[in-house]
Design a protein around this ligand. Structure first.
Ligand SMILES: *[C@@H]1O[C@H](CO)[C@@H](O)[C@H](O)[C@H]1NC(C)=O
Ligand SMILES: *[C@@H]1O[C@H](CO)[C@@H](O)[C@H](O)[C@H]1NC(C)=O
Ligand SMILES: *[C@@H]1O[C@H](CO)[C@@H](O)[C@H](O)[C@H]1NC(C)=O
Ligand SMILES: *[C@@H]1O[C@H](CO)[C@@H](O)[C@H](O)[C@H]1NC(C)=O
Ligand SMILES: *[C@@H]1O[C@H](CO)[C@@H](O)[C@H](O)[C@H]1NC(C)=O
Ligand SMILES: *[C@@H]1O[C@H](CO)[C@@H](O)[C@H](O)[C@H]1NC(C)=O
Ligand SMILES: *[C@@H]1O[C@H](CO)[C@@H](O)[C@H](O)[C@H]1NC(C)=O
Ligand SMILES: *[C@@H]1O[C@H](CO)[C@@H](O)[C@H](O)[C@H]1NC(C)=O
Ligand SMILES: *[C@@H]1O[C@H](CO)[C@@H](O)[C@H](O)[C@H]1NC(C)=O
Length: 703
């Protein structure tokens, strides 16, 4: 159903646009455009056929009308013809009253008629309808035109005359416009007119004057003998493609109302101080393709009114500081639109200084300027910028803050630069400033892992038009992905995690750090055990053998401990060493003889013990008997070496309970630290046993 409607609609549209055959088969007519076009092969057509009544415009070209008469035009009087174009019809003779009965005619064109005498046209114009407004007499190879050529248009509505591409060497308004002083548009393009042979009198109402492709070398004078303007209402002057070599302030003093001045494709070499200053309302200045321009003077563009400056393709070397000054645009503060494309501004800081004073800028065109980089803050002073065109430069990227202040920016063109990777930071400004259009096409994108973000952004970008996506977003590197659309680059985050060497190195480093931390934490929380292990290793390395003379002693070990630790001594120490390992321990509170002197007994029993086990804890320091026993133990160490005692740290001793004797002992001999737990306790007992079994030095180690 929908398809049918579409087809029907297209058919109707086609009918409207496509022209039908008409005029005895010689012509094509378009009802929509109300146009008829009559052309014949080998000039077969030599009359005006009758045309559909809707026709208002007739283009009659390449036919044969050697003698044009009123009778011949009779079929055209039957339609309300408004525009008649007669081109290349070998017209030679035209009756003066030929067009008389085309009463609705508004525009008449007679062109490409190389044999038609301008004097004949002059006669004809006497009897054309007074409704004629536009007259086009171009490409007729006229060397000159009679002074009276337009006299017949007196009291007509004529306001547009085009005499372009004849062969006129001079132009004299004083003579030819004497009867039609109301002319608004005059086109004189393509005539070899010399500036010395021009006269702009009788053109008081001229609005637009075009002198393109003329031989004018100096701007002709627009002042009368009294220095008054001859063209006081002229808004637009076009001298493009003329032979203009130089311009100066004096050339433009009599153009008080000029809005637009076009000097493109001319041979101007210098813009002098204040050249445009005397055109108080000049808004647009066109200086495109002025390739011979070498110097812009200090006040070259001084103009308070200038809004639009088009300087494209002038190949001006802004990199050559000798040719202009940094303040170039300082004196044209009203510029809102500037086109500088195809000039040379490769250096980013040069660009920044050049644009520095253009704070009202709305549109900036810098296409193909060879810009290498954008200096930070280049656009920061231009809050009104709406469009920036940076196509075809050599940018690799831009500072992430580059466009952050441009809250009015709607379109940004960055195609054809050297951008390889676009990342999240470089496009962060888009959301901030509400950009609507971005063109990043034709950059040599890299299909690498850094590009994943951009690839995905392109696919999902909302509220913004991304120009030419996906067609012109193509990868150029690495070779594997050369010529692949970015949209088809199918790496996933997963692929990248493995492949990116930095991520790999990072994760290795990360895990090393992690392992180290774990190790440190483990060591910290299990410090006693670790100390025990180290102690055991040392004991084992030294090796030990069961003492051959162990039978000489009554006890294997004498146990020094204070009262509060006795519970541990009986329940844990004794049960392990005595029950499990069959050592004979001397525990004072159990094994001392009742009634005997404690001091004597201590000395005696210690002598009868092969080794002394010291069970240390905080209370140890406060107990004077313990201290006493400890001193005795020290004596033993002095005589027999540190292997004579086995130190056990039951609870760590605080600083404030540390006595010098304990400190001394701890410094001299290693100790086993008591820890609870299946494996760690076994380790502890291994140490204790090893320490008990260790032979001690004999003779004793001297102190
Ligand atoms: C007017 O048009 C008709 C039909 O096209 C044609 O036969 C006739 O010759 C035309 N008259 C003139 C004077 O050209
Ligand atoms: C042209 O118009 C005039 C006056 O209306 C009339 O006399 C004359 O016959 C017309 N000419 C033709 C060829 O119809
Ligand atoms: C055009 O006609 C005028 C007089 O009608 C004549 O003087 C002039 O030489 C003619 N020009 C050409 C180019 O034939
Ligand atoms: C044609 O123009 C001439 C000269 O202006 C004039 O005398 C004549 O009356 C005009 N013919 C018509 C029919 O208007
Ligand atoms: C243009 O103006 C500058 C600044 O006043 C001046 O230095 C320079 O000489 C002027 N150029 C000419 C040709 O007068
Ligand atoms: C500057 O431009 C604005 C329009 O953008 C205009 O209204 C104003 O008159 C201009 N200033 C001068 C001094 O011409
Ligand atoms: C993103 O790109 C900008 C310039 O293009 C660069 O300065 C920045 O370091 C990049 N950021 C990341 C995370 O790669
Ligand atoms: C798109 O624009 C609409 C309205 O303009 C807004 O509500 C929405 O948040 C925008 N979406 C994004 C992704 O910026
Ligand atoms: C990526 O695309 C290629 C073909 O273009 C295909 O051979 C490959 O399997 C794809 N890889 C993934 C992960 O989709």
């Amino acid at each position: 159903m929908e398809v049918k409607i579409t087809v029907l609609l297209s058919f109707i549209l086609l009918q409207l646009v496509v022209s039908e055959r008409c005029g005895d088969g010689y012509c094509k007519c378009s009802k929509a455009r109300k146009v008829a076009t009559c052309m014949s092969r080998r000039r077969q057509l030599n009359y005006f056929p009758s045309l559909p009544t809707y026709v208002k415009q007739l283009r009659y070209s390449g036919n044969y009308l050697p003698h044009l008469t009123q009778d011949l035009l009779i079929n055209l009087t039957r339609v309300n013809l408004e525009q008649l174009y007669l081109e290349d019809n070998v017209m030679f003779k035209v009756d003066p009253d030929a067009f008389e009965n085309l009463t609705t005619l508004v525009k008449l064109q007679i062109s490409h008629d190389k044999i038609l005498n301008a004097s004949i046209v002059a006669q004809v114009l006497h009897n054309v309808s007074r409704s004629v407004k536009k007259l086009v007499l171009n490409h007729n190879k006229w060397n000159s035109i009679p002074d009276n050529i337009f006299d017949g248009l007196k009291d007509s509505n004529i306001h547009f005359i085009d005499l372009s591409f004849n062969n006129l060497h001079s132009f004299n308004g004083l003579r030819i416009f004497r009867n039609i002083p109301n002319l608004k548009y005059l086109i004189l393009d393509g005539n070899p007119i010399l500036d010395s042979d021009t006269d702009f009198h009788n053109m008081e109402y001229i609005f637009k004057l075009s002198l393109q492709y003329t031989f004018i070398q100096n701007v002709p004078t627009f002042c009368d003998d009294n220095g008054e303007s001859l063209l006081p209402r002229m808004r637009s002057l076009n001298l493009d493609h003329s032979s203009l070599r130089s311009i100066s302030r004096n050339d433009f003093i009599c153009l008080p109302d000029l809005w637009k001045l076009s000097l493109s494709f001319t041979g101007i070499t210098v813009i002098q101080n204040d050249t445009f200053l005397d055109m108080p309302v000049l808004q647009t200045l066109m200086l495109q393709n002025v390739v011979r321009l070498r110097r812009l003077e200090y006040f070259g563009f001084r103009s308070a009114s200038l809004q639009s400056f088009k300087f494209g393709s002038s190949k001006f070397k802004f990199d050559n500081k000798g040719r202009y000054n940094n303040d170039l645009f300082k004196f044209a503060p009203n510029i809102t639109n500037i086109e500088l494309f195809d000039n040379q501004i490769s250096d980013g800081s040069t660009l920044k200084t050049l644009l520095w004073n253009l704070i009202k800028l709305q549109k900036l065109n810098l296409q193909g300027c060879g810009i290498n980089y954008l200096a930070r803050g280049t656009f920061d002073r231009m809050p009104d910028l709406r469009t920036i065109i940076l196509k075809g430069n050599s940018l690799y990227g831009w500072d992430p803050t580059m466009f952050n202040k441009l809250f009015n920016l709607r379109a940004l063109y960055l195609s054809g630069n050297s951008v390889a990777v676009v990342n999240r930071t470089s496009l962060a400004f888009i959301g901030k400033i509400n950009l609507k259009f971005i063109d990043l096409a034709d950059n040599p994108f890299a299909c690498t892992c850094q590009q994943l973000w951009f690839r995905d952004w392109l696919k999902t970008a909302k509220n913004i038009t991304v120009a030419f996506y996906p067609k012109r977003y193509v990868c150029r590197s690495p070779p594997k992905w050369d010529n692949t659309l970015v949209a088809l680059f199918n790496y996933t985050e997963e692929d990248c995690r493995e492949k990116n060497p930095w991520i790999l190195i990072g994760s290795v480093l990360g895990s090393v750090v992690f392992v180290c931390m774990v190790v440190v934490i483990v060591i910290y929380t299990h410090l006693p055990t670790v100390r025990n292990i180290i102690y055991l290793i040392r004991l084992r390395r030294k090796g030990y053998v069961r003492l051959v003379n162990s039978e000489e002693y009554m006890f294997d070990c004498y146990v020094v401990s204070c009262e509060t630790d006795e519970q541990w001594v009986f329940q844990t120490l004794s049960s392990t060493l005595e029950v499990k390992h069959s050592y004979r321990l001397c525990i004072p509170t159990r094994d001392f003889d009742i009634g005997a002197s404690i001091a004597d007994q201590i000395e005696e029993k210690m002598r009868e013990s092969k080794k002394i086990i010291i069970v240390m804890s905080n209370d140890f320091a406060q107990d004077e008997w313990c201290q006493f026993q400890l001193e005795k133990a020290q004596e033993r160490i002095r005589n027999q070496g540190e292997e004579a005692v086995v130190s056990i740290m039951l609870h760590d001793i605080d600083h404030k309970h540390m006595t010098s004797t304990i400190k001394n002992l701890l410094r001299k001999s290693s100790y086993a630290t008591w820890v609870k737990g299946k494996i760690v306790s076994k380790l502890f007992w291994d140490i204790v046993v090893a320490a008990i079994e260790k032979p001690f030095g004999n003779p004793p180690i001297a102190v």
